[in-house]
Ligand binder design. Structure first.
Ligand code: CMC
Length: 391
């Protein structure tokens, strides 16, 4: 058994080669195909970043138009898919619905089974990226008891998502450019993050040659956990529970207490031992968006104060715990009007781009093999079966 390296949580094992995303955790640097995340978040668009991650280069104007046309063409879901939603309880967590419905897409697209055909891979990738906003908005509509809204292809990717989420038949939804731009920025910031747990899950599921829609459903399941994507929901719930800045020390004390399982949600990261560069962009955006929308949410003050106090605390300094991407995103999403249960769904929508790009990279990597970790066996040594009556 000692021929294997024991590495629980894969803290020091590289599972693949990848040309998509670079992270320097000590310096707090994140690059997609070489481009710094803050430049992409401030100057690019989510669709452009999607093209970049999938194809390796920023698109020319005509490449961008063609890509947009392809994505737009696939925004509708099969009418029969809408019946899936009706099988769920109204109070089902939308992430539970996402796992089921995205997995069910695999039954609509059996043509995606030939993953070695680049054309089929491309169509599956476009379908996934295009249909996620439609499915995410349907999950929301179902939870609030409103009719589903069909995609409107004259709108941009992000505007279309907002329209499908907030439009009601009786009243045309007016897209606020401040909200659309904040949403697009959040999508960019969540698009990819190298070999995180859900991306590794998608790769592992895909390494057996499984249907890509089923692989993405596996990624959604993994993302749901509070240590991963579920942290955005948990972080805002925590900030609301803290309520007023005077209660912060109590929560910091709990986070430091070894006997209390409580952690500061939205703090700490496996790779970043410095500021998460995405949190920096979001921290700035949170103030801007709330200002522009004229919203005065005390939760932002609680977040700022908590960040200040934690960063000064010896425990957080020693363990190099800084705010991560999930710390401020919820403040913005809540200002836009999303319930906390939708936060991780939005993460999944954006991360689909990274999952799909990484899945494609894996399938075309000649070194790719089925993912099959080994173990250190700790169970009993060989023994003989005793019949039931003699036990
Ligand atoms: N609050 C209090 N203590 C913490 C926290 C926290 N948020 N995060 C880590 N620690 C402590 C932990 O108790 C451990 O202490 P010790 O060495 O004394 O046992 C030490 O710091 C290292 O933590 P770890 O759990 O061994 O580190 P990890 O790399 O396995 O976990 C993490 C990383 C993100 C799961 C963890 O920091 C965490 O649970 N954070 C809160 C949840 C969260 O915000 N997750 C979002 C991650 S960012 C992007 C995403 O995936 O959404």
């Amino acid at each position: 058994t000692d021929m294997f390296t024991y590495d629980p949580g894969f803290t020091s094992t590289a599972s693949c080669e990848s040309g998509l995303t670079y992270i320097d955790g000590d310096a707090g640097i994140l690059l997609h195909r070489g481009y710094p995340i803050d430049q992409l978040a401030e100057q690019s668009s989510f669709m452009e970043v999607a093209y970049l991650l999938l194809n390796g280069e920023l698109p020319s104007k005509s490449e961008f138009e063609t890509f947009n046309t392809h994505i737009t063409r696939h925004t509708m879901v099969h009418e029969q898919l809408s019946t899936f939603f009706r099988g769920f309880r109204r109070d089902a967590h939308p992430m539970a619905i996402m796992c089921g419905v995205v997995g069910a897409l695999s039954s609509f697209y059996h043509d995606s089974t030939d993953i070695n055909d680049p054309k089929q891979r491309e169509i599956a990738s476009h379908r996934l990226i295009a249909k996620m906003p439609t499915i995410a908005a349907m999950a929301y509509k179902y939870s609030v008891g409103q009719p589903f809204v069909y995609p409107k292809n004259s709108l941009s990717y992000t505007e279309n998502f907002l329209n499908m989420t907030y439009s009601v038949p009786a009243e045309e939804y007016e897209i606020d450019p401040i909200i659309a731009s904040a949403m697009d920025k959040i999508f960019i910031l969540h698009a990819d993050h190298e070999q995180n747990a859900s991306t590794s899950t998608v790769r592992l599921a895909g390494s057996s040659g499984a249907n890509p829609f089923a692989c993405i459903a596996a990624g959604i399941a993994c993302l749901w956990g509070p240590a991963h994507g579920g942290a955005n929901e948990a972080a805002l719930n925590m900030l609301r529970e803290i309520g007023t800045p005077d209660r912060i020390p109590e929560f910091i004390a709990r986070a430091k207490n070894k006997d209390d399982p409580f952690r500061l949600m939205g703090f700490g990261h496996r790779v970043y031992k410095n500021f998460d560069p995405r949190a920096k962009v979001l921290s700035k955006a949170a103030t801007e968006v709330l200002d522009k929308l004229g919203i005065n949410d005390p939760v932002l003050d609680t977040a700022r104060e908590l960040e200040q106090l934690a960063l000064k605390d010896q425990y957080f300094i020693d363990k190099k715990l800084y705010p991560n991407v999930d710390f401020y995103s919820g403040v913005i999403l809540s200002a836009i009007g999303f319930p906390t249960t939708m936060f991780t769904v939005l993460f999944a929508l954006a991360r689909t781009v990274g999952w799909v790009a990484q899945w494609n990279e894996m399938i075309t990597d000649p070194a790719q093999k089925i993912g099959r970790p080994r173990q250190l066996y700790t169970g009993p040594t060989q023994r003989d079966y005793v019949p039931l009556g003699e036990r």
